[in-house]
Write a protein that binds this ligand. Structure first.
Ligand SMILES: NC(=O)c1ccc[n+]([C@@H]2O[C@H](COP(=O)([O-])OP(=O)(O)OC[C@H]3O[C@@H](n4cnc5c(N)ncnc54)[C@H](OP(=O)(O)O)[C@@H]3O)[C@@H](O)[C@H]2O)c1
Length: 320
């Protein structure tokens, strides 16, 4: 008989990849959704999905979501927003409601939180602070339960709306350099993140210290290394243009102002600029590998090649 898990965020970029990977691995998935899911085209595993209509603000829907699940994978999150409160409502209060529903469920499920490497530097932005507070509050709310958190660095791949402008720009032979040229960052292809989650679900060695994860490139990348790999894939030089931090900050303040007037959730904010220009986003995945035996399959060249292929073929959103 297949095992059951509850998944939040399955209509998003990472959650859709999790849904595909985990159903193909034989899991039955209770998947939370707020809006219509008719646009989903999963070529396999559809019969293994039980959609649960609701949201993180609706405790009753979370009770239905976790009922009968042996694991909860909490991937829903706010990645855009203007104020601390907007992030807190989803990334902290949402975690608490889900933990509460899990505490009440029998048998009690294990809880895996998809946090973020940003949680390592909570002082940088409202987003980073909310991801850290989500971890901290889960630690207290999950007393007596088995739980862990995964802190991915920047995740890329087909279907991601946030990295699409950058990937499109690179495909056309241009790349910005945001912040310091010597900044180093880890990266992760979305399929590898989904595969790491699959491995974690099979592991009994969950740690309450969040696991870091990356694509196997110890020490991460610089912008220059990233650009060289893209140039190799597209077979022509990529022109660099440096965007000064003061310019990004000015644009971010303007966007924040506009978002308040027009009522949309902004991605580019002063906090996001502080995240983007932070000099060290390098991860260490030793603990995760020890606990799960997981190994990444897509280093940057392979992941980026696949990502650019999807863009070229006009299949960017096919994974949703
Ligand atoms: N992308 C990255 O590079 C990255 C890196 C590290 C960590 N993360 C973390 O990974 C998670 C997923 O990120 P993503 O890039 O896949 O974001 P995304 O594409 O924006 O997806 C967010 C998902 O969360 C759902 N959601 C948001 N608010 C909700 C609420 N109040 N109730 C129920 N569902 C809600 C969305 O549902 P709707 O479709 O209904 O809006 C969507 O399914 C987030 O927790 C993020 O912090 C992402």
């Amino acid at each position: 008989m297949s095992r059951t898990l509850a998944l939040t965020g399955s209509t998003g970029f990472i959650g859709a990849a999790l849904l595909r990977k985990l159903t193909r691995a034989g899991w039955k998935v209770h998947a939370l959704h707020r809006h219509s899911v008719s646009r989903f085209r999963l070529d396999a595993g559809e019969s293994a999905i039980e959609w649960v209509r609701g949201s993180l603000e609706d405790p009753e829907s979370l009770v239905r979501l976790v009922r009968g699940a042996e694991v909860v994978v909490h991937c829903a999150g706010a990645i855009r927003g203007a104020t601390a409160d907007e992030f807190r409502k989803v990334n902290v209060e949402g975690v608490m409601r889900l933990a509460d529903a899990s505490q009440k469920s029998r048998p009690r499920p294990r809880v895996l939180l998809i946090s973020s490497l940003a949680a390592r530097e909570p002082q940088l932005s409202h987003y980073a602070a909310s991801k850290r507070a989500g971890e901290d509050d889960l630690r207290s709310a999950a007393a007596g339960m088995s739980w862990t958190a995964l802190r991915p660095p920047a995740v890329y791949g087909p279907g991601d709306r946030e990295t699409l402008p950058l990937v499109r720009c690179m495909q056309r032979g241009f790349s910005p350099i945001l912040g310091r040229a010597d900044a180093r960052f880890s990266l992760l292809f979305v399929d590898d993140l989904a595969d790491a989650v699959r491995h974690l679900l099979e592991s009994a060695q969950w740690s309450e210290v969040p696991f870091e994860i990356h694509d196997g490139q110890t020490g991460g990348y610089t912008w220059e290394e990233l650009i060289q790999i893209v140039a190799q894939i597209i077979g022509r030089p990529v022109r660099r243009f440096r965007i000064p931090v003061w310019f990004m900050q000015t644009a971010a303040r303007g966007n924040l102002w506009l978002s308040r007037r027009m009522g949309y959730a902004p991605m580019l904010t002063p906090g996001k600029v502080r995240e983007l220009t932070h000099p060290n986003w390098v991860c260490n995945d030793a603990a995760l590998r020890r606990a799960t035996g997981w190994e990444p399959r897509f280093q940057l060249e392979a992941g980026m090649r696949r990502t650019l292929e999807h863009l070229r073929n006009g299949r960017w959103m096919v994974q949703r």
